[in-house]
Design a protein around this ligand. Structure first.
Ligand code: DOR
Ligand code: ZN
Length: 344
């Protein structure tokens, strides 16, 4: 197969940031995707319907003329989230979902939830109104090894939550382990997972072998090879339980190449090409549309996009850096040649 035409895909997990950076990165996503679930971990975080509505307006204003792109907004949950405000935002179509960051788990998560028990009333309300919960699935306890934080989160937090609120729609985001795949497999239709391109391409060696590679560092951190292989199998299985969520997370070059480099991989410029390479390597081109364009809308309860995109075999060289709004950002696959390119 040398050409592949699929329904236009969506990105079900994405960081745009705000201001100049946002204006620089939005076009990369809008070029490929019809919709994206936009993460709320700005500083300060997007915690209310009003803040999400204003942020949505700023994103819409950054979409280049001629491109159709719909940002789907999320509210950042805190110990003090207001269930009424979230319910109004969801009913009005401003908020698609709410996001659970365990406090301290990742970038701008300091105001996140310190204990899921503190938001049980909010989660019950979300279950009742059919508002999905996006979950960053890592515990933050200092005594838990960083490579075990996702697996421990499943046991301590996610499994009890799903058992308690089986009707709540839960997206286990950016999964990185075979443990997460097993959890999704053992759960009912209200639990699904997103998988990033980087977790399909790299294992933890990419961060640490031959020197420290800050541009390969994100959270949850890439794990051992056996986990990458489990993720590739899940993503390319054709199951509706797994769908595309890039977790593209731009940080300027200086913030990554630093004493304390930020977590996040900026994969937006060639996200579709990156994923497709994996499906090609796994002889699963026929399952790419399910992962990229069908399973996500089905889970979220949205229509599948009417338009289509076409990708063609052919070399595309990923630049060493792209503009991040006055300062450079290093994209995923910088300097590499990918084997597919978008042609329409
Ligand atoms: O690597 C990450 N970067 N993981 C996250 O959970 C957050 C993200 C960011 O916002 O930079
Ligand atoms: Zn993220």
């Amino acid at each position: 197969m040398t050409r592949l035409t699929i329904r236009r895909p969506d990105d079900w997990h994405l960081h745009f940031r705000d201001g100049e950076t946002m204006r620089a990165v939005v076009p990369h996503t809008a070029r490929q995707f019809a919709r994206a679930i936009v993460m709320p971990n700005l500083s300060p975080p997007v915690t209310t319907t009003a803040m999400a509505g204003a942020y949505r307006d700023r994103i819409r204003a950054a979409v280049p003329e001629g491109l159709e792109f719909t940002p789907l907004m999320t509210a950042y949950l805190t110990d003090h989230s207001d269930a009424d405000d979230l319910a109004v935002g969801h009913a009005d179509g401003v908020l698609t979902a709410a996001k659970l960051y365990p406090a301290g788990a990742t970038t701008n998560s300091a105001s996140g939830v310190t204990d899921v028990a503190n938001i049980m009333g909010v989660l019950e309300r979300m279950a009742a109104i059919g508002m999905p919960l996006c979950v960053h699935g890592e515990v933050v306890d200092a005594e838990i090894d960083i490579f075990d934080r996702e697996a421990v989160f499943i046991d301590r937090v996610l499994a009890p939550l799903v058992a308690r609120l089986p009707e709540l729609k839960v997206i286990f985001e950016h999964i990185t382990t075979s443990d997460a795949v097993a959890f999704v497999e053992g759960s009912g239709p209200n639990v699904a997972a997103t998988i990033t391109p980087q977790h399909l391409h790299i294992n933890r060696n990419a961060i640490l072998v031959g020197g420290i590679r800050p541009h390969m560092y994100c959270l949850p951190v890439a794990k051992r090879e056996e986990h990458r292989l489990a993720l590739r199998k899940a993503a390319t299985s054709g199951s509706d339980s797994y769908f595309l969520g890039t977790d593209s997370a731009p940080h300027h070059r200086g913030a990554k190449e630093s004493d304390c480099g930020c977590a996040g991989i900026f994969n937006a410029p060639f996200a579709l090409e990156s994923y497709l390479q994996v499906f090609d390597e796994e002889n699963a081109l026929d399952r790419f549309e399910t992962f990229a364009s069908l399973a996500g809308p089905r889970f979220y309860g949205f229509p599948v996009n009417a338009e289509s995109v076409t990708l063609e075999r052919g070399e595309v060289l990923v630049p060493g850096e792209v503009d991040g709004g006055g300062e450079p950002v290093v994209p995923f696959h910088a300097g590499e040649t990918l084997g597919w390119r978008m042609v329409g």
